[in-house]
Write a protein that binds this ligand. Structure first.
Ligand SMILES: [Zn+2]
Length: 258
């Protein structure tokens, strides 16, 4: 990573400043960015999380525990687990008091919170709204079915986009611990979620094509719908396992630095 030049370790490879993007190559690792003044060590993820204030580290530990418990609850309890996990992720994406935060991290953190925060509130609204129509027997509200579908897709889209960005932010946290395995696990989780989104789109396309074949050509294949449903179920279970395993690893890492 660094070479020794007149007694100082200097960066000998292209490394962008995480705050302003300036190339820090040839800068001493102990210096500040010549462009924006943020410490080079922050861009190198050398400002260890172990040296962060104890209150902040405690919040991260609690956040990881809530995220893990919420994720485990998601399979049996669906949105109840999602909401518990969102509370945990909110704690995990809290800014560290007194630290100069790189603009790149701040953007990930804020976009992530906006996405999964709005998504979680949306889930709550949809569930309460649906419950209300069922309990009060106001079936006419289901006339707005199309707008419900759109709201359903928007809420899930915001939540998913927020999580994908948050996985990258949490990989940065693991890099500050120097735990390459957990950082890799978080990046792996991000790729899994992106893969699942692509997979769901592909299933949607196949399902649209099957629907078209049925209505226009009167071709009906009875195995298509169960097969697609089974594929979706398998993908969601796989994503659930990947997510709680990542949460488990992150929680262990944070517990180890205390
Ligand atoms: Zn800079």
């Amino acid at each position: 990573m660094s070479a020794t030049l007149s007694g100082h370790a200097v960066l000998d490879r292209d490394t962008p400043c995480l705050n302003c993007g300036y190339n820090l190559r040839t800068q001493p690792v102990t210096a500040d960015c010549p462009e924006c003044g943020m410490a080079v060590s922050i861009s190198l993820r050398n400002d260890g999380l172990a040296d962060a204030p104890p209150g902040y580290r405690r919040r991260l530990r609690h956040g990881a525990a809530w995220w893990l418990i919420g994720t485990l609850l998601t399979l049996p309890l669906l949105y109840v687990g999602v909401l518990v996990a969102a509370v945990g992720l909110w704690m995990l994406t809290a800014p560290q008091p007194g630290r100069a935060e790189p603009a790149a991290d701040r953007a990930l953190r804020r976009f992530g919170r906006l996405g999964f925060g709005l998504g979680a509130l949306g889930f709550l609204t949809l569930c309460v709204g649906l419950g209300y129509t069922v309990v009060t027997g106001q079936a006419r509200l289901f006339d707005a079915r199309q707008s419900f579908d759109i709201a359903f897709i928007l809420v899930h889209g915001a939540y998913t986009a927020g999580l994908i960005v948050t996985w990258r932010y949490l990989a940065g946290l693991a890099e500050r611990v120097g735990d390459a395995a957990v950082a890799g696990r978080m990046d792996h989780l991000r790729r899994c979620w992106i893969g699942a989104v692509v997979g769901l789109f592909a299933i949607g396309l196949v399902s649209t094509a099957a629907n078209w074949a049925y209505t226009r050509l009167s071709v009906y294949q009875p195995w298509v719908a169960p097969l697609l449903a089974a594929l979706i179920a398998a993908m969601l279970v796989w994503l659930w396992i990947e997510t709680w395993r990542a949460a488990w690893r992150l929680r262990g890492m944070l517990a180890a630095i205390g």
